[in-house]
Write a protein that binds this ligand. Structure first.
Ligand SMILES: Cc1ncc(COP(=O)(O)O)c(C=O)c1O
Length: 388
């Protein structure tokens, strides 16, 4: 790692490893036999993380544009669409869906609260015409992981088409599209996987892939409509161009490298590593006498949001960067100025980067006048780790 660069303990982008950066160091043309092989392998590896027997599209965009494509494909303007919101990223998805005049029914919870199966049951009881649903698996703005498996069961029992924003958890916790009844799942490369920004794997169920063929609505967009992508796959996959445009081939090669790595480590081991280090980090935060934004039962394995007194978040972020070269981030939406958010994902869901973060955080908070003991916080962290 380049020691001049800050350690990225952000909710994204996350710290890439040297091997990932090396994998992105050359450019391939976005067609032809060599690219075809890279593309196919990346798609197949992504399917293992999504647990889908359907399709995966590698979408060359930032996360929100991938969410936008999901929202224009999961429903047309006609079907009633339940959108579950408990933070900034859910709110933004609603704004996008409104732009495309989707027929939205809102289920809203406060920042820091989870969406529960009971909430969904109640919403579906109230409105029996709902045909599809959206939820953010890991609300990056609050550190709440919504109970997707349990929510999926309710959605499935009601026969809904389901879209999930898994941007900040793809590669950091289990997703099972086939078993949990998810039709469209948006992943990400440069958060829990530690790849490079610019490419977003999107899982699509067999059911939705088929429904797309039967749709007769006028497209709202050319590029984002999956029917355009289906046509490219059908007509151009044979010569290694299964997409309608050029591709950032270097970021796909970095993504392939991260996918190979997590499969080699074993997905169960990777998910467990994220869970263990997240819990240990939370214990360190509690030992600093600070309050977490998410209830322990729904705490995210990839990011932690910490409540702080007014004026402190910015000073903490600046101080940690200035003195320790560690980058963390602030609050969004209703939590702006009230919290800090720390990402511990992919490469940084490990002992050394988290230890450095705790030391930096504890020391800086102490200098800002808070009652924090760095030794106690570090001890709480190490004591929470399983013995080797
Ligand atoms: C849950 C979630 N959805 C969507 C996005 C948007 O991604 P991007 O910033 O790449 O557009 C983010 C980014 O942090 C996110 O955490």
């Amino acid at each position: 790692m380049d020691s001049e660069r800050p350690l990225l303990m952000l909710p994204g982008p996350s710290q890439p490893s040297e091997d990932v950066l090396k994998a992105a160091a050359s450019i391939l043309p976005h067609y032809g036999p060599e690219w075809k092989k890279v593309h196919e392998e990346t798609v197949e590896l992504s399917k293992k993380l999504f647990n889908t027997s359907g399709e995966v599209i590698l979408f060359p965009t930032p996360g929100f544009l991938a969410i936008e494509t999901g929202l224009v494909n999961i429903v047309t303007r006609k079907e009633k669409f339940l959108m579950c919101v408990n933070g900034y990223f859910g709110e933004t998805a609603v704004k996008i869906a409104k732009t495309y005049k989707r027929n939205i029914v809102l289920l809203e919870k406060d920042y820091g609260e989870p969406i529960t199966p009971e909430d969904v049951e109640r919403a579906l009881e109230k409105d029996k015409d709902i045909e599809a649903a959206f939820v953010v698996y890991n609300e990056t703005s609050t550190g709440v992981m919504n109970p997707l498996k349990e929510l999926g069961k309710v959605f499935k029992d009601h026969g809904l088409l389901v879209m999930v924003d898994a941007v900040s958890i793809f590669g950091g916790a289990e997703i099972n599209m086939d078993e949990w009844g998810i039709d469209l799942c948006v992943g990400y490369a440069s958060k829990a996987l530690g790849g490079m920004p610019g490419i977003v794997p999107i899982g699509i169920s067999k059911r939705l892939w088929k429904i797309l063929d039967e749709r007769t609505n006028e497209p709202d967009t050319w590029y984002l409509d999956f029917r355009t992508w289906k046509k490219s796959i059908k007509e151009m996959a044979a010569w290694g161009h299964p997409h309608p445009s050029s591709m950032p081939t270097h970021t796909v090669m970095a993504l392939r490298e991260t996918l190979r790595r997590v499969i080699d480590e074993g997905l169960e081991n990777v998910y467990k590593r994220h869970k263990v280090f997240a819990a240990a980090f939370r214990n360190a935060v509690k030992a600093m006498n600070l309050q977490l934004a998410a209830p322990e039962e729904y705490a995210s394995p990839t990011i932690t949001a910490v409540r702080l007194p007014e004026g402190i978040p910015k000073k903490l972020i600046d101080g940690m960067l200035e003195n320790f070269n560690v980058m963390i981030s602030g609050g969004l939406g209703k939590f702006a100025g009230k919290i800090v958010r720390i990402g511990h994902m992919g490469y940084t869901a490990r002992k050394a980067p988290i230890s450095r973060t705790i030391a930096a955080m504890g020391y800086t908070l102490k200098t800002l006048g808070l009652d924090v003991n760095v030794d106690t916080a570090l001890k709480a962290f190490y004591d929470s780790l399983p013995e080797k």
